[in-house]
Write a new protein. Structure first.
Lengths: 349, 72
């Protein structure tokens, strides 16, 4: 079914801070070589551009990383936490079956009870969808600050060697604020549930409670075809709808699926390759955290003010995809956080 | 496109030396025909032949000749 492209537009909402956190445990591809797999791993690096990934400790979760990232923004911006009225956590690795991890984080972050908090179960498109949801709730309410958390810990799932190397653990926090005169945020979104089996972890939940030790499905070819067709098509439609061209942007932050996909998207949207940001090299594919990690990699150490017009696009599991136009100030992007801290809920045995 | 030109394109995709592929070669015996080179193959066929290579179609390929036929 082809309909009208959905466009969400927000005026008067600005990105006030971006921070990302990972564990202290970086696993390099080089360190996995054993003499027999060297050629396979070399080819893996060449085609994906992944040099390694971060893995959480056994008790550390995406929520712990998200909390560290959010706290760093609060500290850096010195904002009044009592004015944070929206907390959304885009994750596919929640701490518990129930409740929403965002509810627990509302308390852990010391936010007021006058706060909406819930999770969004989306992966690679989760950051762009999350920005849309948080901005929508802010625009229609009296809330001053909204907090988007986005992160996953694929290392917690059952994995083959290949998926272990391709995916990394990370979480991001993005603070949004109502601000008069802020550059507009524009987001276009799509879903194609007919492709749900391309990336599927069916076991251990309600429909198939059995066999939780099976990894699930990742149909690389179907995902590739989807990504290189649909992501550029949506970006091109979004730019056309807004009367913009690639030359109007300072950078392009794509979901970091693998280098071959990203190169095709850049090519098919006619962006200058030099504008494509990267986080896949150091962090691998970090699902919903991959786009903010691109900003942290590029601008995390920037000190002066620098206005950055960015085109962002997340695409993947669902199948779900969304593209957005946002404006950030490089000095609001904080350096990467490495931490081993985790929350003790009193239930560890 | 001649068969020879198509073979050269495939040699590029699989990162093989020129004139190493022949139509009767069985894909399962070609070490370089792995998951990553399948992705390169999709891009090449899209660029050069303006055809969409699906996962289903890929599974049906048994020999280099099958790919040449698909390329048209």
């Amino acid at each position: 079914m082809i309909g009208k492209m959905i466009l969400n537009e927000f005026n008067g909402i600005a990105v006030k801070g971006i921070a990302c956190a990972v564990s202290t445990n970086w696993v390099s591809i080089e360190s996995l070589k054993n003499g027999e797999n060297d050629a396979v791993l070399d080819k893996f690096v060449k085609t994906t551009s992944v040099l390694g990934h971060y893995e959480c400790g056994p008790r550390q979760t995406a929520a712990d990383l998200a909390q560290a990232a959010a706290q760093r923004i609060f500290d850096a911006q010195g904002i009044d936490k009592s004015e944070v009225g929206v907390l959304v956590f885009a994750t596919q690795y929640p701490d518990y079956r129930v409740p929403s991890t965002a509810c627990v984080l509302q308390d852990r972050l010391g936010l007021q009870r006058d706060c909406m908090a819930f999770d969004i179960n989306l992966g690679c498109s989760g950051y762009v969808y999350g920005l849309n949801v948080v901005s929508s709730l802010m625009q229609s309410s009296n809330v001053r600050y909204g907090l988007l958390l986005a992160g996953d810990t694929p290392s917690k799932g059952v994995r083959s060697d290949n998926s272990r190397n391709l995916f990394g653990d990370a979480s991001a926090a993005t603070l949004l604020v109502k601000e008069e005169g802020a550059s507009p945020i524009t987001i276009a979104s799509r879903t194609d549930g007919s492709g749900y089996k391309a990336i599927l972890r069916p076991y251990g939940y309600s429909k198939h409670p059995e066999r939780p030790d099976i990894e699930g499905v990742f149909n690389e070819i179907d995902v590739f075809n989807f990504a290189i067709d649909e992501a550029p098509a949506l970006i091109n439609e979004l730019l056309a709808a807004k009367g913009l061209t690639p030359g109007d942007f300072d950078c392009m932050a794509l979901h970091q699926a693998n280098m071959m996909i990203m190169k095709q998207i850049v090519r098919r949207t006619h962006f200058d390759k030099a504008k494509m940001l990267m986080s896949i090299d150091r962090f691998a594919n970090t699902s919903a955290a991959s786009i903010p990690l691109c900003f942290v990699q590029k601008y995390g150490e920037t000190e002066g003010a620098e206005i950055v017009n960015a085109l962002i696009c997340g695409y993947g599991v669902g199948l779900s995809w969304a593209a957005g136009i946002i404006c950030i100030n490089a000095q609001d992007v904080l350096p990467i956080i490495e931490t081993d801290e985790y929350f003790d809920d009193g239930l560890f045995v | 496109m001649t068969n020879e030109e198509k073979l050269h394109l495939l040699e590029d995709v699989f990162e093989l030396d020129e004139n190493t592929l022949t139509p009767e070669m069985v894909l399962a015996d070609i070490e370089e025909y792995d998951s990553m080179s399948k992705l390169s193959l999709i891009v090449m066929i899209d660029d050069e032949c303006h055809k969409k290579l699906t996962g289903e179609q890929l599974k049906e390929f048994e020999t280099i000749q099958d790919i040449l036929d698909f390329m048209g």
